[in-house]
Design a protein around this ligand. Structure first.
Ligand SMILES: *[C@@H]1O[C@H](CO)[C@@H](O)[C@H](O)[C@H]1NC(C)=O
Ligand SMILES: *[C@@H]1O[C@H](CO)[C@@H](O)[C@H](O)[C@H]1NC(C)=O
Ligand SMILES: *[C@@H]1O[C@H](CO)[C@@H](O)[C@H](O)[C@H]1NC(C)=O
Ligand SMILES: *[C@@H]1O[C@H](CO)[C@@H](O)[C@H](O)[C@H]1NC(C)=O
Ligand SMILES: *[C@@H]1O[C@H](CO)[C@@H](O)[C@H](O)[C@H]1NC(C)=O
Ligand SMILES: *[C@@H]1O[C@H](CO)[C@@H](O)[C@H](O)[C@H]1NC(C)=O
Ligand SMILES: *[C@@H]1O[C@H](CO)[C@@H](O)[C@H](O)[C@H]1NC(C)=O
Ligand SMILES: *[C@@H]1O[C@H](CO)[C@@H](O)[C@H](O)[C@H]1NC(C)=O
Ligand SMILES: *[C@@H]1O[C@H](CO)[C@@H](O)[C@H](O)[C@H]1NC(C)=O
Ligand SMILES: *[C@@H]1O[C@H](CO)[C@@H](O)[C@H](O)[C@H]1NC(C)=O
Ligand SMILES: *[C@@H]1O[C@H](CO)[C@@H](O)[C@H](O)[C@H]1NC(C)=O
Length: 597
């Protein structure tokens, strides 16, 4: 029996015994299978995001992979030799873009996949779920920061674990291309080194913190439970003066909808054996040689089959086609790894249930004027996780309020040819989750908010450079399930996802800022039998608003039953007009939540 089928049966049996929230189930759709015809054009799915700002130059493009992903589950990643384009007029690209384009037809689940170059992850994503009449979608990602990798021969690896059988027929046809856009102005204006401390577009070296090939899976580490800990050894050149760890994270199976996981007491008291528990709080902890260096409280990406697959057609969930990554400043710790010896990064996930896919890329800047830099960690303050849980429940009804805060602050200096710089890196987190279970567990409401602030200060005696990122992730779900007997159920679900980020960079002479407000609302209803949605309706509205000093973009788009019913796009800057969603301000609670608290 193929491995995923076992998983499906397992998840089905969980559903069968557990009362609340059937939306956890992996679903694909069974709609319009009878209308298969070649005359209907494929539906184009998309994730709303701002266009990549490109120079007005002709790109040199290279098709790096063409592959049909049929039965690929548990096989080695598909690999290809990558050679940088040789006919490029300039080796000074202003932008480098990865383009994933794919088509699929039939019935299939949402599949997570990763793209790696030389073991460095370039893209974590989820496939769109096909329909009988076919779909297509494209993901474009700015990969300019991976420049040092892209100018050398490398092995490209793509793992997309797909299963094809009589029921799940969708084969993913995929092309991956890389486009190099030369700069308009050939003059390279190199910034003074000190400014590069915080503002360099790309590092000199990128070290993969992922699993080594060969293997029969993705290159990510798999974190199976709350005590699981995975580590990877690395070594860096002794003339490094800055390092940033870019972390890739995705969550699956029992933790796919972690914000909705109930506390273990609730599971035990109600005999919900095997039901996803451990409560709704998760934290990815990153350590260096055993000591904590930072954390990630991730955005709650909902994959294309999640909650109700009909919600994500054709507008995909925020982050689902290009999962967000999280940068942790490692510079304060550089002094501890400049000895030329090997060290290790470790990953764990607080409260994890099976399974989290995590890996990272270490971006390292080198001092070209010196063979050896040195440094020292000065102070580190890690506040313990402060967790408060208030709950009341009688049987399957009740309310749980979980609040967590944490801060991690590290200071260290590095002495390089451009002087001695003290770097102070701070992460501040705030989390709240209000969960209401009603109707004997058939109804669940979750309202979750994560504040995730990062700041980095690079101090010289006479100047301070700074970089701040303030993030607010919101997640709201209302779901109501009704057992229809005979292994089928009806579900109504409303969802809100919000991803807001404000960035401020101050380089003394120059400062810049950007604001992103990205909000999605969806309403869905469906009838499910087994793992298939047999009928239903989904509608989604999204408001995307981005502005920085040079560029603004907004899109207001909505869909209903696979069709775009409203779409307005523009480049005018509206200085945070929709005040409903301002950084630092939580989503207003709905009347129903207020009633519940
Ligand atoms: C992939 O590229 C080939 C050759 O250019 C083209 O025929 C095919 O339609 C492309 N497929 C996708 C999914 O973009
Ligand atoms: C990269 O690969 C190309 C094509 O296989 C080969 O011609 C070239 O010599 C390689 N370059 C390096 C630096 O190995
Ligand atoms: C956690 O996962 C690891 C790795 O799979 C396993 O070795 C360990 O036994 C698990 N621990 C518990 C408590 O299940
Ligand atoms: C859970 O199971 C135990 C033993 O089977 C039983 O005594 C108890 O009443 C059950 N609790 C609930 C809430 O059903
Ligand atoms: C739990 O507390 C909330 C508010 O305090 C209340 O509305 C709700 O009825 C309580 N639930 C149960 C099961 O007692
Ligand atoms: C994050 O920054 C915002 C804006 O300054 C502030 O309102 C919020 O309290 C900060 N959150 C935390 C956890 O520090
Ligand atoms: C965290 O958020 C709560 C509101 O949920 C607020 O009262 C508290 O001040 C915040 N804490 C920090 C450190 O921002
Ligand atoms: C749970 O709440 C529902 C109404 O939402 C009520 O009908 C049911 O009796 C309650 N169950 C318990 C055990 O209190
Ligand atoms: C239950 O399912 C079986 C097999 O799919 C079908 O024969 C039967 O009519 C169904 N019963 C009801 C009440 O829907
Ligand atoms: C869910 O969405 C529907 C349609 O917009 C709305 O009528 C209903 O009130 C919503 N329910 C909740 C609990 O948010
Ligand atoms: C939704 O669209 C499908 C075709 O894609 C159509 O068969 C169905 O009737 C539509 N549903 C509604 C409620 O209009």
């Amino acid at each position: 029996m193929p491995p995923t089928i076992v998983l499906l049966l397992l998840s089905f049996s969980l559903i069968a015994t557990s009362k609340p929230t059937t939306f956890r189930q992996h679903l694909s759709t069974d709609t319009d299978t009878t209308t298969t015809t070649n005359t209907i054009p494929p539906t184009t799915y998309f994730e709303v995001t701002k266009p990549i700002q490109l120079p007005n130059t002709k790109p040199c493009s290279t098709l790096v992979l063409h592959h049909n992903f049929a039965y690929t589950y548990g096989s080695p990643p598909v690999s290809a030799q990558y050679t940088p384009p040789s006919n490029c007029p300039s080796n000074n690209p202003a932008k480098i873009v990865l383009e994933w384009s794919a088509t699929c037809k039939g019935r299939q689940f949402d599949r997570i996949f990763g793209v790696w170059l030389g073991g460095v992850e370039l893209l974590r994503s989820c496939t769109a779920e096909p329909r009988a009449t076919g779909i297509e979608w494209t993901v474009k990602k700015d990969i300019t920061r991976y420049y040092p990798l892209l100018i050398a021969n490398q092995t490209l690896s793509v793992y997309l674990g797909n299963i094809v059988d009589a029921t799940y027929t969708g084969v993913y046809h995929v092309n991956i291309s890389i486009h190099f856009y030369p700069a308009e102005n050939k003059k390279i204006t190199k910034m003074p080194l000190h400014s590069e401390q915080l503002n360099n577009q790309w590092a000199d070296l990128i070290i993969p913190i992922s699993r080594n090939l060969p293997l029969n899976d993705g290159l990510w580490f798999e974190i199976q439970n709350s005590t699981d800990f995975k580590l990877k050894q690395f070594r860096i050149p002794q003339n490094a003066y800055r390092a940033v760890l870019e972390v890739y994270v995705s969550f699956h199976e029992n933790d796919e909808f972690w914000p909705t996981n109930v506390p273990n007491e609730y599971v035990l008291d109600n005999n919900l054996t095997g039901y996803p528990g451990n409560g709704p709080f998760r934290e990815v902890v990153v350590s260096l040689d055993g000591g904590v260096v930072g954390a990630v409280w991730p955005f709650t990406v909902v994959y294309t089959g999640g909650v109700n697959p009909l919600l994500w057609r054709p507008i995909s969930g925020i982050g689902s086609f290009d999962l967000p990554t999280y940068d942790i400043e490692i510079t304060p710790f550089l002094g501890t790894v400049l000895d030329g010896k090997s060290h290790d990064f470790g990953f764990s996930v607080t409260n994890a249930l099976n399974v989290w896919y995590i890996d990272a890329n270490l971006h390292v800047w080198l001092d070209e004027k010196s063979d050896k830099t040195n440094g020292k960690l000065l102070t580190q303050n890690i506040s313990p996780l402060h967790v408060s849980l208030v709950s009341n429940y009688t049987g399957l009804n009740g309310t749980f309020v979980t609040k967590v805060t944490r801060s991690i602050k590290s200071t260290g200096w590095v002495q390089a040819s451009h002087g001695k710089i003290v770097t102070e890196s701070t992460q501040e987190f705030n989390y709240s989750n209000i969960m209401v279970m009603a109707e004997n567990g058939d109804s669940q409401i979750v309202n979750q908010m994560i504040e995730f602030n990062d700041s980095v200060y690079a101090k010289k005696p006479a100047s301070v450079l700074s970089k701040e990122s303030l993030k607010l992730f919101s997640f709201y779900i209302y779901s109501d399930t009704e057992d229809k007997g005979n292994g089928s159920y009806a579900e109504v679900a409303n969802i809100t996802l919000g991803f807001n980020e404000k960035k401020v960079v101050n380089l003394g002479s120059k400062s810049s800022s950007s604001v992103l407000q990205n909000l999605q609302n969806g309403q869905g209803s469906m009838l499910v039998k087994g793992n298939l949605v047999v009928s239903g309706l989904g509608s989604t509205q999204q408001m995307y608003n981005y502005g920085d000093d040079e560029f603004c973009y907004f899109r207001d788009v909505s869909s209903w039953n696979y069709t775009i019913i409203y779409d307005k796009e523009g480049h005018t800057c509206s200085k945070s007009k929709n005040s409903r969603f301002v950084i630092g301000k939580p989503l207003p609670l709905t009347a129903r939540d207020r009633h519940a608290i």
